[in-house]
Design a binder for this molecule. Structure first.
Ligand code: NAD
Ligand code: UDP
Length: 324
């Protein structure tokens, strides 16, 4: 794992990752340890799991702290990645007040920490800031179409307010901020029952249960494999302080949910039936990132096609279900 020579410009400092025990956070912890960083993983385990980072606990440069980001945090680090926030609609709607607090108060606490330490801070924002978009594909210049009072608003508006805070800290305190807007990301370590479409379909297919298409299944999403996303996050953090974003990170290949279900059925060889359930309120009809800024500014583009990433994710869930 000692690959300090791989990247001669690597940054070797101490990195704080909030939400580090979650799906994306655990992959980011792993990648930064491989690169030679010290990693401080902070998580309250609301949706994250010890298993996600169990293999890192003995690593000499890894430290785990149970902490809720809605409370102030006093640590010494050189960079901050702020990922703490449930991301699945089922989980962020479970305690919507806490979801907004995590995004807004959590952002204030992490920005305050970054200000005291004078270090860069990256915000894991989301394509949900575009709501149910009337512009397609979505560029960073689009202001979005978000319902401020619906069941998704705790997440969407919480993340929008966090973006506002990041840019106000930049204007008011000249903070080195980085805002990325993450589009639907999938891969190993998604929670098997977190309700997101990729994990739902794979688990249903592997168990031979009905595959639940919400609505007519014609709504679209663009799915990014987690390794690609993490590479983009690190590339963004490594930019100079003039680069603030927001920058879309996602895979621009767009699929309907029906196409996704068919692909999962074929890759698993499952006999599961497709069944229709009601479409959740305010479910966006289409979503695809315009990634030209990410490729121009970061030289980043996703490399893992959906069928390949799904294959790796299916293998992960297959093992998980055998153990369970
Ligand atoms: P996840 O639910 O697996 O991870 C979120 C982590 O944050 C969990 O470990 C959870 O326990 C932790 N957490 C939640 N509230 C906290 C709090 N108050 N204090 C400390 N820790 C807390 O979700 P994920 O998919 O890994 O998402 C990570 C980040 O990326 C989130 O901020 C999410 O909004 C953003 N994002 C994800 C996607 C995606 O498709 N996965 C898309 C857009 C944005
Ligand atoms: N979806 C579905 N069946 C499921 C879970 C989700 O058809 O079992 C649909 C959902 O309605 C949405 C899309 O899949 O249109 C993506 O849902 P997810 O919750 O994964 O993410 P988000 O809506 O936040 O993009």
């Amino acid at each position: 794992m000692n690959d300090r020579t791989r990247d001669k410009d690597y940054f070797s400092g101490r990195v704080l990752i909030t939400g580090g025990a979650g799906f994306i956070g655990s992959h980011l912890c792993e990648r930064l340890l491989e690169r030679g960083n010290e990693v401080l993983c902070v998580d309250n385990f609301f949706t994250g799991r010890r298993n996600n980072i169990g293999h890192l606990l003995q690593h000499p440069r890894f430290e785990l702290m149970r902490h809720d980001v809605t409370f102030p945090l006093y640590v010494e680090v050189d960079q901050i990645y702020n990922l703490a926030c449930p991301a699945s609609p089922v989980h962020y709607q479970f305690d919507p007040v806490q979801t907004t607090k995590t995004s807004v108060v959590g952002a204030i606490n992490m920005l305050g920490l970054a200000k005291r330490l004078k270090v860069p801070v990256l915000q894991a924002s989301t394509s949900e800031v575009y709501g149910d978009p009337s512009q397609h594909p979505q560029t960073e210049a689009y202001w979005g179409n978000v319902n401020p009072i619906g069941p998704r608003s705790c997440y969407d508006e919480g993340k929008r307010c966090a973006e506002t805070l990041f840019f106000d800290y930049r204007r008011q305190h000249q903070l080195d901020i980085k805002v990325i807007r993450i589009f639907n990301t999938y891969g190993p370590r998604m929670h098997p029952s977190d309700g997101r479409v990729v994990s739902n379909f794979i688990v249903q297919a592997l168990k031979g249960e009905d595959i639940t298409l919400y609505g007519n299944g014609e709504q679209t999403r663009s799915f990014c494999y987690v390794d690609d996303l993490v590479a983009g996050m690190i590339a963004m953090m490594d930019t100079s302080s003039e680069v603030t974003g927001p920058i879309n990170l996602g895979n621009p290949s767009e699929f309907t949910m029906r196409e996704l279900a068919q692909m999962v059925k074929e890759l698993t060889g499952s006999k599961s039936r497709l069944v229709h359930l009601p479409l959740p309120q305010d479910d966006p009809k289409q979503r695809r990132p315009d990634t030209s800024q990410a490729s121009d500014t970061l030289g980043w583009r996703p490399t893992v096609p959906l069928n390949e990433g799904l294959g790796r994710t299916i293998a992960y869930f297959d093992d998980l279900l055998k153990v369970a």
